[in-house]
Design a binder for this molecule. Structure first.
Ligand SMILES: Nc1ncnc2c1ncn2[C@@H]1O[C@H](COP(=O)(O)OP(=O)(O)OP(=O)(O)O)[C@@H](O)[C@H]1O
Ligand SMILES: [Mg+2]
Length: 360
């Protein structure tokens, strides 16, 4: 088997009694864009800093092309880094900021000039070469930081929430720039964010962190459609978790019985016993209105509308089940009716993506 490009093996980092990271293992292919997503304090930055060499791990290893990097000092690891806050040198012009890593590496003047020009063109700031950082917007400063990090062609680029300080519009604009730069240069990117939409937009794969561990590693679609556990299901997208009883089927296909007796087919790789209490995950967009004549359909739930908000492309409802649990629902607006507060509705359930998890 060929060695992975970048491998993180059994990584752990403790600070006194605080465990920041434990048992983090992942392989990253050359040219991949992998995002670390997860709640605050879940170990994303710590993992990134260990890979960059700014922190030593308490256990585990980081290998590049099969060779441990632990004894390689950060400046010799050839890893580019872009941080959340702008880290440009304030007393250097844009061009001199980008030239800095090349000067440190004693490249020739002609090489430096050519590279600075090419990098500023890459981030579409060729007209700003002589400006000082203070004369740039936040987004422009982050683009200069990106150009500087890429100037010496590092094979790996690490980015720790580089867009967190920017407003939504600027953030989306630079997400697009980062994606374009990734495609044009083929650099391997490890990217940290809190923002799941950003993660879904940018990444080939997402590592979802929680309490210092990776709960699931996969494409955005894998995490959304095949969540490995309840944490993943509740973190990625929005989910309802309804109390139910397990009815054992065959293979991974089982049935759940809702408190009013409704039976729904659902999926679980874990086998349980009949009548075990479980939570069944239903995404808000798994519902459609069922019309009166179809009340005999098996997969439908009777609810009462508690709140209805019209959002143009969808109608967002909070509904209540007969046994008192809330169910969030997103419906395509139908021309015939808009549900009103207090309406009794029957919701058909698209059972393709129902998942069974432990109660809590
Ligand atoms: N130098 C340190 N000393 C002690 N504890 C630390 C130190 N650095 C990080 N931690 C702890 O380690 C855990 C993981 O921190 P880390 O910065 O990796 O989280 P994060 O996922 O990047 O969070 P955020 O999204 O808030 O940036 C946290 O509980 C944090 O308080
Ligand atoms: Mg962090």
């Amino acid at each position: 088997m060929t060695e992975p490009f970048l491998a993180v093996r059994g990584l752990a980092k403790t600070y006194g009694s605080v465990t920041a990271v434990e048992q983090v293992t992942l392989d990253i292919a050359q040219g991949e864009f992998v995002t670390f997503l997860g709640p605050s304090g879940s170990g994303k930055s710590t993992t990134l800093y260990v890979i960059a060499g700014f922190q030593d791990p308490s256990a585990g290893d980081v290998l590049l092309n099969g060779k441990s990097m632990l004894h390689v000092p950060p400046n010799e690891r050839n890893i580019g880094m872009v941080f959340q806050r702008y880290t440009l040198f304030p007393h250097l012009s844009v061009a001199d900021n980008v030239a800095f890593p090349l000067r440190v590496r004693r490249r020739s003047r002609a090489d430096i000039d050519a590279k600075v020009k090419a990098m500023l063109k890459l981030v579409r700031l060729d007209a700003y070469a002589d400006r000082m950082p203070a004369q740039l917007s936040g987004g422009q400063q982050q683009r200069v930081a990106l150009a500087r990090a890429l100037a010496y062609d590092p094979p790996i680029l690490l980015m720790d929430e580089p867009l967190a300080a920017l407003d939504k519009k600027l953030r989306e604009e630079i997400q697009y720039e980062i994606k374009r730069v990734h495609l044009e240069t083929g650099v391997t990117i490890l990217y940290v964010t809190h923002d799941q939409e950003e993660a879904l937009r940018l990444s080939d794969r997402i590592a979802l962190f929680n309490h210092g561990r990776i709960e699931q590693l996969g494409s955005g679609r894998d995490l959304y459609e095949e969540p490995a556990n309840r944490f993943v299901a509740s973190f990625i997208g929005h989910s309802n978790f309804i109390s139910a009883m397990f009815v054992r089927g065959s293979g991974k296909d089982h049935t759940v019985r809702l408190p009013d007796g409704t039976l729904l087919p659902a999926f679980s790789s874990e086998v349980r016993s009949d009548d075990d209490a479980v939570a069944v995950m239903i995404r808000p967009d798994a519902f459609a209105l069922s019309h009166a004549d179809s009340s005999s359909e098996m997969a439908s739930i009777a609810v009462t509308v508690k709140n209805a908000t019209y959002l143009g492309d969808v109608v967002q409802l909070t509904t209540s089940t007969p046994w008192g649990e809330d169910l969030d629902v997103r419906l395509r607006p139908e021309t015939t009716m808009l549900p009103q507060l207090g309406d009794a509705l029957r919701l058909r359930v698209n059972c393709n993506n129902l998942r069974i998890f432990s109660q809590r």
